[in-house]
Write a protein that binds this ligand. Structure first.
Ligand code: PMP
Length: 361
């Protein structure tokens, strides 16, 4: 079978070089005589893998020393509950910015633990915009402010980091982490499921300012207390070892590509090529406001939606797969994470132009 360009929103493409390296090492990691999957997480081989992955991530993102990096399980969805359990710290209110499907899920879960103030919502625009800083009605008594810098389904991305005047800022970076440079010190907590820009599903990364660890709601399960993971180098129980190893290979690959700055340049070029193709044609349309368009998830529609299934079938023939939009939005969505090569985006742009020529009335 020929290699395809996979535009899935997640689990998503992994860098080809990473997969080849993992294949080479799968039965015998560096002469250990066994696979990483078979190693004790407490043995020196795995500890060296774990430490290197963390050091590389710290280096890539310039994570300050007063932040812990945790390698967890449970997906980003577990964080929707863990965040209020760990960050309310005696307070009863939290601010949430509602920009789409993932914000909504985080809000629904937080409501089980605290009073949620919706600091801003873009629901009126069907989640095709982001609020401006001036739109945010922040509550100074909030324990924290939560937002979703990149909404994977709607394809909206904040063009700025909200200013919260000292209230801890929490970001669900599942679909934007490592895609562009950010200043980690502006955030109290960053979390991300791995299956888009980090590695395989099953690993969740949390980057948390140390002083916020250690005070949980009564009844918080041990597995949901950041302190247990922070005190034990993420090995309070058996961590997702193979996912951690693969994430480490992805971090090495990213370093070879010029780090996040280098990757961001490529990502911007990829996104621009695709948005230009959409905007330059009356056959395709983007629902998202220009200042809030995601670099990672690009939803677009065919003006004649009757052609949707033909588009998907012909795209598949051209080895361009998983372009169907989310069921709540319809149309198409091209997720173009770090591992999607620039050639993949250019192949999609070329296909779109050809499809238009063949099918425009
Ligand atoms: N937040 C965002 C922005 C997401 O895109 C996703 C998954 N697509 C989630 C949260 C949920 O992640 P998980 O499936 O790892 O729980």
């Amino acid at each position: 079978m020929t290699q395809v360009y996979n535009f899935s929103a997640g689990p998503a493409m992994l860098p080809h070089d990473v997969l080849v390296r993992a294949q080479k090492e799968i039965t015998d990691w560096h002469g250990a005589g066994m696979s990483v999957m078979e190693m004790s997480h407490r043995g020196k081989e795995f500890i060296s893998i774990a430490e290197k992955a963390e050091a590389d991530l710290r280096n890539l993102m310039t994570i300050p020393d007063n932040y812990k990096v945790l390698f967890l399980q449970g997906g980003a969805s577990s964080q929707f509950g863990m965040i209020p359990m760990n960050l309310l710290r005696g307070k009863t209110q939290a601010d949430y910015i509602n920009t789409g499907a993932w914000s909504k899920k985080a809000i629904a879960e937080a409501k089980r633990y605290c009073d949620v103030n919706i600091a801003a919502s873009t629901e009126d625009s069907s989640f095709t915009t982001t609020p401006t800083q001036a739109d945010l009605k922040l509550n100074p008594g909030a324990a924290y402010v939560h937002y979703t810098p990149n909404e994977t389904i709607g394809g909206v991305e904040f063009p700025y980091v909200p200013e919260t005047n000292g209230v801890p800022l929490v970001a669900d970076m599942s679909s934007t982490i490592l895609s562009r440079e950010i200043d980690v010190s502006k955030f109290a907590l960053i979390y991300a499921g791995a299956q888009k820009n980090i590695g395989p599903a099953g690993l969740t990364i949390v980057i948390i300012r140390e002083d916020l660890i250690g005070e949980t709601l009564p009844g918080t399960p041990a597995m949901f207390d950041y302190k247990n993971f922070s005190d034990n180098d993420s090995m309070y129980n058996t961590p997702p070892t193979y996912g951690w190893y693969l994430a480490g290979l992805v971090f090495e690959w990213l370093k070879d590509k010029g780090g996040i700055a280098g990757m961001a340049e490529i990502n911007q070029r990829k996104a621009t090529a695709l948005y230009d193709a959409i905007d330059g044609s009356s056959f395709y349309a983007s629902p998202v406001a220009k200042d809030s368009r995601s670099w990672m998830n690009v939803p677009f529609t065919l003006v004649d939606s009757e052609l949707d299934s033909v588009f998907l079938a012909e795209a598949k023939e051209a080895s361009l797969v998983t372009l169907k939009g989310h069921r709540s939005v319809g149309g198409m969505r091209a997720s173009i994470y770090n591992a999607m090569p620039e050639e993949g985006v250019l192949a999609l742009v070329e296909f779109m132009a050809g499809f238009e020529k063949r099918h425009a009335k």
